[in-house]
Design a binder for this molecule. Structure first.
Ligand code: HAS
Length: 549
């Protein structure tokens, strides 16, 4: 029987694939819950066997927003760093496994509590809703696992620099370091909240909790969390997509600079999730809104870079005019099509983000289902379609199998299903949000309130979109199983693009990690110190725990 050729060593492939198995099992569970939610919220369907809407919604948010993303991202980054730096040593691999099992144990603990209906607190676990202590311990274990992975990524990057003095570090390894550095600094906030507020409170050691402080610590982490999802997608856009279209990376320096800006500005902006919360001085909300507008710039730079990459390649192939490149792209290749549609969706997704971040407009959309529409465009489409597109080459390149024409056809179908489903669902969410439809809430006619009559059609549209997405998920799972276990053995390339000859070399200061860490921390201290002191000193009486489900 023919032997497959793996792009990483067998041991590393196994480590990365273990992350992928968890990610795709999570996709199945999470998206199934998503379907049930949209059906329940249409008002025409009731969940069976006493299953609660908030129970399903918590599984959906935790499993997709925290588990699927984290496992896929860590797995992908480990593979990309290993591929471009020359592989991990035994200690690094062992640490990778310890981290993996910590994360799996934490996930099982949290998921069990949600399934037992002991933790229906949604993925934001806002106090004063109080979950079972095991739920919080589980979350803490997941975070500790990711810290160990971050350490592995930093260590491998440092080892590359030591072994190759004066040489430019691999772009993908550099990007993985920035992503994990941002993650480590940001997740400190949620770790402090979970360990010092939630766990003692859930155990009954403290009677009350400072609600505003816990939410502020959550959003200090929560906004960089969305960039933790986005940055690996950007890694794929900058370094992999050019290779898939047969082109080169437009500018290595621009890509690195974009990542530095994302590191600096993605953390001190959490207040834009709390613009309607009393207890935070408006001045500091204003400062963080300005910083939010600054963090939009690196995404604009990414858009520019992508256009430049596509145009350069198009011209090489003889394209003329401003959009002539569109005719030259490999539209039939789902490894390109899926991430490209992800980019396209990020235009309205990003614009919606700017609406959310604008103080006055936030008053209109906050806590409406508009916001749910926003994040289904950004994370569930831009990021997920990019990850699906990456899975098409990543999985076979790790299992020593090939991405065949027939699997590609299925992958194009899956991209179309996802695009159609998400367009219907998220458009309906945006419109219902503008009509005042709330988010994070089960179906209700609010005692026959007339306003709710206008929502009906949009709620049904969400159920239709959700059903199409469910089909898309099933097709994705079929493709994954195929690529992991059944596709013909062979060699699939791990596509990494070269940098254009015209691009200038990145300046040395980009590798000055002490400098970038110091500036990041300075910005965090500037944006958070005074408001945090205020939140602690002027805190109203704390809240007891509530279980409203
Ligand atoms: Fe957001 C709420 C603001 C980006 C996710 N966001 C959320 C929540 C989530 C989320 C999950 O200011 C809900 C949290 C909850 O549970 O409460 N968001 C922003 C801003 C941006 C932004 C300013 N969000 C994201 C990304 C996410 C994400 C990315 C996930 C991955 N968001 C907010 C705010 C709220 C919020 C408020 C709170 C709302 C509230 O009141 O609760 C920016 O980063 C967006 C910048 C992006 C752009 C787009 C650039 C376009 C590109 C594509 C180029 C296309 C090409 C193809 C090349 C400016 C790069 C072209 C081809 C052609 C043919 C044309």
């Amino acid at each position: 029987m023919a032997q497959g050729v793996r792009s990483l060593s067998k041991k590393e492939s196994r480590l990365v694939m273990s992350h992928m198995y968890v990610a795709f099992i999570s996709l199945f569970i999470g998206a199934t819950c998503g379907l049930l939610q949209t059906l329940e919220r249409s008002g025409h369907f009731q969940l069976p066997a006493g299953i609660g809407y908030y129970q399903i919604l918590t599984i959906h948010g935790v499993i997709l927003g925290l588990v699927l993303t984290t496992f896929f991202i860590i797995g992908f980054m480990l593979s990309a760093q290993s591929k471009t730096t020359g592989g991990y040593n035994k200690t690094e691999r062992t640490l990778g496994w310890i981290a993996f099992w910590l994360m799996v144990s934490g996930t099982i603990m949290a998921a069990t509590m949600i399934l037992l209906n002991e933790a229906s607190v949604l993925y934001t676990f806002y106090a004063p809703l109080q979950a079972h202590v095991i739920f919080y311990i589980g979350l803490a274990l997941v975070i500790i696992g990711t810290w160990i992975d971050g350490f592995v990524i930093f260590k491998r990057h440092a080892r590359f620099r030591k072994e190759n003095p004066g040489e430019k570090t691999p772009l993908l390894s550099y990007m993985a370091v920035i992503t994990m550095l941002m993650w480590q600094i940001a997740s400190l906030g949620v770790a402090i909240s979970v360990i010092f507020q939630m766990i003692p409170w859930a155990l009954g050691w403290t009677e009350t909790v400072n609600v505003l402080l816990s939410r502020t610590l959550f959003w200090y982490f929560g906004h960089p969390l969305v960039y933790f999802w986005l940055l690996p997608a950007y890694m794929i856009w900058y370094a992999i997509i050019p290779k898939i279209i047969g082109g080169k990376i437009f500018s290595d320096s621009l890509a690195r600079f974009t990542f530095i800006l994302l590191l600096l500005f993605s953390i001190p902006v959490g207040f834009h999730h709390q613009l309607t919360e009393p207890g935070i001085d408006p001045f500091w909300k204003f400062i963080q809104v300005i910083l939010t507008m600054i963090v939009v710039i690196p995404s604009m730079m990414t858009a520019f870079s992508m256009f430049a990459t596509f145009e350069a390649r198009g011209r090489e192939l003889g394209a003329k005019g401003m959009f002539g490149w569109l005719k030259k792209m490999p539209w039939g290749d789902a490894r390109f099509l899926a991430p490209f549609i992800g980019m396209l969706f990020f235009i309205p997704g990003g614009a919606g983000g700017i609406v959310n971040a604008s103080n006055q407009m936030n008053q209109v959309v906050h806590n409406t289902i508009w916001v749910t529409g926003h994040f289904h465009l950004t994370v569930a489409t831009t990021v997920m379609l990019t990850f699906f597109g990456a899975a098409y080459w990543l999985v076979p390149s790790l299992t020593g199998r090939t991405y065949t024409k027939s699997i590609n056809k299925l992958a194009v179908t899956q991209t179309i299903l996802w695009t159609v489903g998400m367009t219907i669902m998220s458009t309906a969410m945006h419109i219902q949000g503008l009509l005042g439809g709330p988010r994070r809430s089960a179906f209700s006619t609010y005692a026959g309130n007339e306003d709710t009559a206008a929502w009906g059609a949009y709620q049904i549209a969400q159920a239709v979109g959700g059903s199409i997405l469910f089909l898309g998920m099933i097709v994705m799972i079929i493709i994954f199983i195929n690529l992991a276990f059944f596709a013909p053995k062979g060699e699939e390339e791990y596509p990494i693009a070269e940098v254009s000859d015209k691009a200038i070399a990145p300046p040395k200061v980009f590798e000055n990690w002490k400098l970038w860490t110091a500036v990041t921390l300075a910005l965090v201290l500037f944006a958070y110190t005074i408001p945090l002191i205020d939140i602690i000193q002027s805190a109203p009486p704390g809240a007891k725990g509530f279980k409203l489900w």
